[in-house]
Design a protein around this ligand. Structure first.
Ligand SMILES: [Zn+2]
Length: 472
């Protein structure tokens, strides 16, 4: 739902729950229908130690820019055409125009495939182009260029490193591991390779392996604060999960502690399978990678996630749910799991990259329950009692700075905006937008590409409709 830094980390605060947990009633407009969900309390927002959005949690891997291969060079002993093509390529290369440089080097290389300099020049242009594409989140294109570079110069570790990074971002962990291990075999001193390997194993919930790689990375680069945080988190998790058992299906692995939690775990697994089928059918999307779900005691959940006491669930690449209250409330557990599973779907579609919080949370609320009309009623009640609509453009980041009432409004608006989008363009298109987010930095551009209407126009339309629904 909300995060300190990232946008993908998702915390569900089911508002009904908060009411139960909190002895004092939440502030907010009093209404006649007390059954409606309560506003969320911004002051209780969790402060998460690790943002799940990869683009924020990872420092740029600058090493990829500096392959160890010899720098591009001119060729003297060649026919004038080849030499000319190569020289033009060098000019573009020196300007940082790697795309054009690669095209020219390619032509030169086609004229003499035996020449090592021409081969090296082409590989370097491709490698640098690929890195630019990584920065622009064009991972598919980056992967193709790294693959070419690897084929041309198979002993350059940074090409394997880049290829591994691209595979990881494209959610192909097995290939990522293979490529990163090749990189390490060629140069065992690249901390980045160990960091990415740690991430891959952490996502797979192979905690020991992840810790080992993070440790190795930190050994090589002790100054990296993000890595230090990762390692601390992984160690905490390792300790907590030491005695855990698990129930698994093809897609989900549910981890839990005691025998008495086995029933809850089995029920959770059934709910998750239902979420997988239902959301999959509605959205035509089924995550390719297995999903780990960890059921904690309330205290363990606080220790591992460092969230506030009312938090009912978290998605940070894994679904984490405190089972204490939820175990005795099957409907609540189901709602939490549907909500968090939706975040996993959003995460998968957008490849873990930043999605505006209103869109992420709106989707989760949309799928958490069959009947979300109470959300809409709640929103309208707030507007009727004088609340001012928060522009959704201001709801891209964390909701943390918002007051109680504003946070409630933020969730209700998120749901309303998502419902409007689905009503207008269909869920399928919304899912494609999320997919585009994985490739494109600019949300507004991805939005207008997908819906043929500007983000701005949508916002003012939505706002007008909402205001129109409030009687004066
Ligand atoms: Zn959420």
């Amino acid at each position: 739902m909300i995060t300190a830094l990232g946008l993908t980390v998702a915390v569900v605060l089911l508002l009904i729950v908060r009411e139960r947990l909190s002895p004092t009633p939440a502030e907010g407009p009093k209404t006649e229908q007390e059954t409606a969900p309560r506003p969320a309390a911004a002051k209780d927002e969790p402060v998460l130690t690790i943002p799940a959005d990869r683009s924020e949690r990872e420092p740029p891997l600058r090493i990829l820019m500096k392959p160890g291969a010899s720098p591009p060079a001119s060729v003297s002993d060649h026919d004038p055409v080849t030499a000319q093509l190569n020289n033009e390529g060098l000019t573009h290369y020196s300007r940082g125009d790697y795309s054009e440089a690669a095209a020219l080097f390619q032509k030169a290389f086609e004229r003499d495939g035996q020449n090592r300099t021409l081969r090296n020049n082409l590989a370097l242009a491709k490698g640098n182009l690929a890195w630019k594409q990584v920065e622009a989140r064009q991972y598919r294109e980056a992967l193709e260029n790294y693959q070419s570079a690897v084929r041309l110069v198979p002993d350059e570790p940074t090409f394997f490193l880049g290829q591994g990074l691209a595979y990881d971002r494209l959610n192909e962990p097995d290939r990522a591991v293979q490529s990163l291990k090749e990189a390490i075999a060629l140069n065992p001193k690249m901390p980045e390779a160990y960091k990415i390997l740690g991430d891959v194993y952490y996502q797979r919930d192979e905690i020991e392996m992840a810790a080992g790689y993070y440790e190795k990375g930190l050994e090589l680069d002790p100054s990296d604060p993000a890595l230090r945080l990762h390692l601390a988190k992984v160690r905490r998790e390792k300790e907590t999960q030491a005695g855990f058992q698990q129930e698994a299906s093809r897609v989900f692995t549910v981890k839990f502690e005691g025998r008495e939690e086995r029933d809850a775990a089995q029920r959770a697994l059934r709910d998750l399978e239902e979420a997988y089928r239902e959301i999959g059918k509605a959205a035509s999307y089924y995550p390719q990678q297995p999903i780990t779900v960890i059921l904690y005691s309330d205290q363990q959940f606080r220790d591992v996630t460092r969230t506030a006491s009312w938090t009912q669930g978290l998605f940070d690449g894994k679904i984490r749910v405190p089972i204490g209250g939820a175990a005795t409330e099957p409907d609540l557990l189901k709602k939490v799991l549907f909500h968090e599973y939706t975040h996993a779907v959003v995460h998968g579609l957008s490849r873990g990259l930043a999605v505006p919080t209103w869109l992420n949370e709106g989707m989760a609320v949309y799928f958490e329950s069959e009947d979300s009309t109470s959300r809409e009623q709640h929103l309208l009640r707030q507007l009727r009692s004088g609340a001012t609509i928060i522009p959704i453009e201001q709801l891209h980041g964390s909701f943390m700075g918002l007051s109680d009432n504003q946070a409630a409004l933020a969730y209700d608006e998120s749901y309303s905006a998502v419902k409007t989008l689905i009503g207008r363009y269909g869920l399928y298109r919304l899912m494609r937008l999320l997919e585009d987010m994985g490739n494109q930095k600019d949300f507004a551009a991805a939005f207008s590409d997908q819906f043929m209407v500007s983000y701005e126009t949508f916002q003012s339309d939505w706002r007008r409709t909402l205001q129109g629904a409030v009687p004066r």
